[in-house]
Design a protein around this ligand. Structure first.
Ligand code: IVH
Length: 695
């Protein structure tokens, strides 16, 4: 076996050469995950998998202490600060905590404290027990009661200056309250995001096409490390205080009393903190908190016990990177075995089909889990997850439970691989996958109840129908009460005037105004109309290109019907529009092929007067002409040239055909210029082109 294969070898069987290779691999691997986690806030592996790497590293080091590397992960806490923020040297290091996993570990903690202090087993050792918040620790420096600097933990000694970001958090007093204020105090604690806010924020990110955060902790960390504090300000962050760093006077006699001081200064202190007289009382609180865990609005991953007497804390001091006076009692590994009964498909607001594992309910880390995400169809295929399988469920810091793996030995006889549906389970429209995308999407759009609300909101939005007095809120309420279901219904709302008038916030006058505003929009320009349909990837610019190319709704519809034949001329013509590629074409053709959408179009065509596309500045010499640009231009970029041509009413095509009117040939033009010559088309130099459009 080569040293390279050592990653699978049990620690007790490793040769020294293999151990050396393993330590090198682990140092690199852990450093990479640290970077992903701390600097990019995008971890690629679960906390459990990360812990396993660290544990393996430590176990190998315990067996081969002479091989411990200078850059060993065991010598580091967290990671050095990322670029972009100034550094802050912590005058009192920000340390980590030792972990306890079992009740015995907790008893052993109390015994150790007693031994260290030379106490009798009968001497009481009081501790304060409080939840361990799964967030990001921060240190807040106050001078004369004023917040002057805030920093991340960084590597424990040097963190990042995130003062301006932290200042946006409302739980953080900019000025301390009360009159027992130390000249200098660094208050430490945890920045965190509530689960509910995290979900809402992720939904918005997905809407905007941004990658979602894995869990509230990463979302919080990502938010606090924004270089632009206005972004942090818009993120719902909170702060629990639980420690201090530098302080110009003694903190007091007890931690319990210090928590009162923190509250008095205006900080939030965790409401579950309890003063416990012994290990049993501490364990009781642990179980209470574990039971309440699911209902807490934020994530926690254990309970911290801290020796209450501060003189004892001083005497106990620190070992390596953790205090002797505290321990983090972690919640049990959040994995469990259960049976996956059924795979169902959820349809999101944007039409994305998400497979969900419906499980035999099982407790995972104190929380009953009956559903887990399966991400997408590739993930199901990759892990070969089937209905009836016994699966390992994990509910790590990651809030959404995941299916980690399948226990294949327990697979029932005759089970079949899961077949991902190709139709939407909500509205039965076709669900399609675009090239290079993992997600399958419902093409039902306006008729799909899962998507209807968002689509209707889009339909009336400012750059679409823009009906005065009919905002997203009204659409939501009217849809809920059955006054509207399709876009066409909006134009029949006048028949419901009496119903609307009876509703809260509406009077005779406002209903009259609404009806008038709707009437006002019965005439609409083709490009606005196309945009309002909310076809995926068809924004305003593409809608305009389509309007320019096909002129009328009838023209567009018959062209789309013809283009369903991917070998025909109509399809080629569609792709030849500069700005329409195969993926946009797929979405367009999918939309027009769907029977439901055709009904909606018929209905709207009945209600509306859709104006044919009118080329602006009809006097322009290139209005209505088709232009192709090839080669580089000197006086402007290609996009600018294209925008200008379009503004003058020309259609810009991507390739040369019989229908091309002008080919503008720039520097280093290639095959297009050749083709133009072959077809005997008029070619223009850049200068000639500029002269043409100037005239
Ligand atoms: S006390 C010197 N109390 O857990 C010890 N830490 O694993 C200072 N944490 O870096 C830490 N909740 O980010 C303490 N109630 C709590 C905590 C807590 C969360 C975090 C903190 C620390 C990490 C250690």
């Amino acid at each position: 076996m080569t040293a390279k294969d050592a990653s699978k070898v049990p620690i007790e069987d490793l040769t020294a050469a293999q151990a050396k290779a393993e330590l090198a691999r682990l140092a690199e691997e852990i450093a990479r995950h640290d970077r992903l986690y701390y600097q990019e806030d995008m971890p690629q592996i679960s906390d459990a998998a990360y812990d396993a790497l660290r544990q393996r590293n430590e176990a190998i080091e315990a067996r081969f202490p002479e091989l411990i590397r200078l850059d060993s992960p065991s010598r580091r806490v967290g990671i050095a600060p990322a670029k972009g923020f100034a550094q802050v040297r912590h005058s009192v290091a920000m340390l980590s905590l030792a972990n306890a996993f079992h009740d015995e570990d907790v008893h052993e903690f109390f015994a150790r404290v007693r031994r260290f202090l030379g106490l009798d087993s009968a001497d009481p050792v009081e501790v304060v027990a409080e939840p361990k918040i799964d967030g990001l620790s921060a240190s807040l420096r106050y001078e004369d009661g004023r917040f002057v600097q805030g920093a991340t933990r960084g590597d424990g000694r040097v963190g990042e200056d995130i003062t301006r970001n932290l200042a946006t958090i409302r739980d953080l007093p900019i000025r301390l309250q009360g009159d027992d204020l130390p000249k200098v105090v660094e208050v430490r604690g945890e920045v965190y995001m509530r689960r509910e806010d995290f979900f809402a924020m992720n939904a918005e990110r997905e809407e905007a096409g941004e990658p979602p955060f894995a869990n509230p902790r990463n979302a919080g960390a990502g938010s606090v490390r924004q270089l632009d504090p206005t972004i942090t300000a818009a993120r719902p962050l909170h702060f629990f205080a639980y420690a201090w760093g530098e302080m110009s006077e003694p903190a007091g006699d007890s931690y319990w009393h210090f928590l009162d001081r923190l509250k008095g200064w205006g900080f939030q202190v965790n409401p579950y903190a309890r003063l416990c007289s012994d290990a049993e009382a501490a364990l009781t609180l642990y179980r209470e908190v574990m039971g309440a865990r699911a209902e807490l609005p934020y994530d926690i991953d254990g309970v911290v016990y801290k020796v209450n007497r501060l003189d004892w804390q001083d005497r106990l001091g620190f070992v390596s990177r953790a205090p002797r006076w505290a321990v983090a009692h972690k919640f049990p590994a959040e994995r469990a075995l259960t049976v996956l009964e059924k795979i169902t498909i959820q349809v999101g607001r944007t039409g994305a089909l998400t497979p969900v594992a419906n499980l035999q309910p099982v407790t995972v880390g104190g929380v009953v889990v009956s559903r887990a995400t399966l991400h997408n169809e590739d993930e199901i295929a990759r892990k070969d997850i089937r209905e009836g399988d016994t699966v390992v469920i994990q509910r790590a810091g990651d809030v959404i439970p995941q299916v980690v793996e399948v226990i294949e030995d327990k697979r029932p006889k005759g089970s079949k691989p899961f077949v991902f549906p190709e139709r939407c389970p909500v509205c039965d429209s076709q669900a399609v996958r675009e090239a290079g995308e993992a997600v399958r999407r419902c093409t039902g759009g306006l008729i799909c109840p899962a998507q209807r609300l968002e689509r209707l909101k889009h339909f009336v939005s400012r750059n679409a129908f823009d009906i005065e007095g009919l905002g997203a809120k009204h659409i939501e309420a009217f849809l809920e009460d059955g006054l509207i279901a399709t876009p066409g219904d909006i134009f029949r709302l006048r028949d419901h005037a009496a119903d609307i008038e009876g509703r809260e916030g509406w009077g005779a006058q406002s209903v009259e105004n609404l009806v008038a505003a709707i009437e006002d929009r019965r005439r609409i320009a083709l490009e606005r109309f196309v945009y309002a349909l909310g076809i995926r990837q068809v924004g305003e610019a593409t809608a305009r290109l389509l309007a320019a190319q096909y002129g009328s709704l009838e023209g567009l519809r018959s062209a789309m019907d013809a283009a369903q034949d991917r070998d025909g001329e109509a399809y080629a013509e569609l792709l030849n529009i500069d700005g329409v590629g195969p993926s946009v074409a797929d979405d367009l053709l999918g939309f027009f092929a769907e029977a439901h959408n055709r009904e909606i179009l018929d209905d709207l065509a009945n209600e509306l007067e859709i104006e044919d596309f009118e080329a602006p500045e009809a006097a322009s010499p290139i209005s209505g002409k088709t232009v192709v640009f090839t080669g580089g231009l000197d006086t402007m970029t290609r996009s600018e040239a294209k925008a200008r041509a379009e503004a003058l009413g020309a259609k810009v095509a991507g390739s040369v055909s019989k229908k091309t009117d002008y080919v503008v040939v720039g520097a280093d033009a290639g095959s297009k210029a050749k083709k133009a010559a072959e077809l005997g088309l008029a070619t223009l130099t850049e200068e000639e082109w500029l002269a043409l459009i100037a005239g």
